[in-house]
Design a protein around this ligand. Structure first.
Ligand code: SF4
Length: 233
């Protein structure tokens, strides 16, 4: 392919990605009239099922995290994603916007996806164990995780990812029940309802411990997960 053609191909791919992301966004906001042949019927069906889950939790008061939230942070991304990221819970920016991983940790996660995995953020799905912000960014408590995790289970059952990447100790504990420190648990495979799970560090830990070794470990983990996702379970 000559250089000009290559650039045009990149531009067309970027436009298509943006368009698809916009359609997902509009549909997840309840605007279903824009549905067209660009999203196939299976994806449309999955989006519908995700919307049912979102509707179910709209006024959720199952746990005390409901008391101080501004927005429920449901999750976002490709409804048919092969790779699903699970963090522990929303922070301040996420609570304000209703979107997962949009603060500094979110920017780091986007960089990991784009540079480490050579994917765009809208190709994966991103969500959390608890959907409402724990006060002062504390860890979610056991009763809160117990109350909220059925929603995550429904999301996972609906999206059916090839692999799950958990971000940080809390997410790995909640999903696969690890007991060892994340530094020992990361980089190894676990299973959740038959789906391979790769725990890695939380992006905010990467920002706090910005060493070559930590960054290399995270990139190794996500690339290994991507390899498994491409090969299928
Ligand atoms: Fe409901 Fe989950 Fe929010 Fe608790 S964290 S109120 S269970 S949506």
């Amino acid at each position: 392919m000559i250089k000009g053609d290559e650039e045009s191909a990149h531009q067309i791919r970027d436009i298509l990605c943006s368009l698809k992301e916009y359609i997902y966004y509009m549909m997840s906001s309840g605007v279903h009239e824009i549905y067209s042949g660009s999203i196939d019927s299976y994806e449309h069906e999955v989006l519908g099922r995700l919307e049912d889950i979102r509707r179910k939790m709209r006024h959720c008061t199952r746990c005390k995290l409901s008391q101080h939230r501004t927005n429920i942070v449901f999750g976002e991304g490709n409804p048919c994603a092969k790779v699903l990221f699970v963090g522990e819970g929303p922070g301040y920016e996420e609570d304000q916007t209703g979107r997962p991983f949009v603060g500094n940790a979110g920017k780091k996660l986007t960089e990991i996806i784009e540079r480490g995995m050579q994917m765009s953020r809208d190709e994966v799905y991103i969500c959390n164990i608890v959907k409402c912000r724990p006060p002062n960014n504390r860890d979610p408590q056991e009763d809160e995780i117990r109350a909220c995790i059925p929603f995550l289970e429904e999301q996972i059952d609906t999206i059916k990812p090839e692999v799950i990447i958990t971000l940080g100790l809390q997410a790995a504990q909640a999903i696969v029940g690890i007991r060892q420190p994340i530094s020992q648990a990361r980089g190894k495979w676990y299973k959740y309802r038959g789906i391979p799970v790769m725990p890695t560090y939380h992006p905010s830990f990467v920002l706090r411990s910005y060493t070559t070794a930590v960054r290399r470990q995270v990139w190794d983990d996500v690339r290994e997960a991507l390899r498994a996702a491409k090969e299928g379970r």
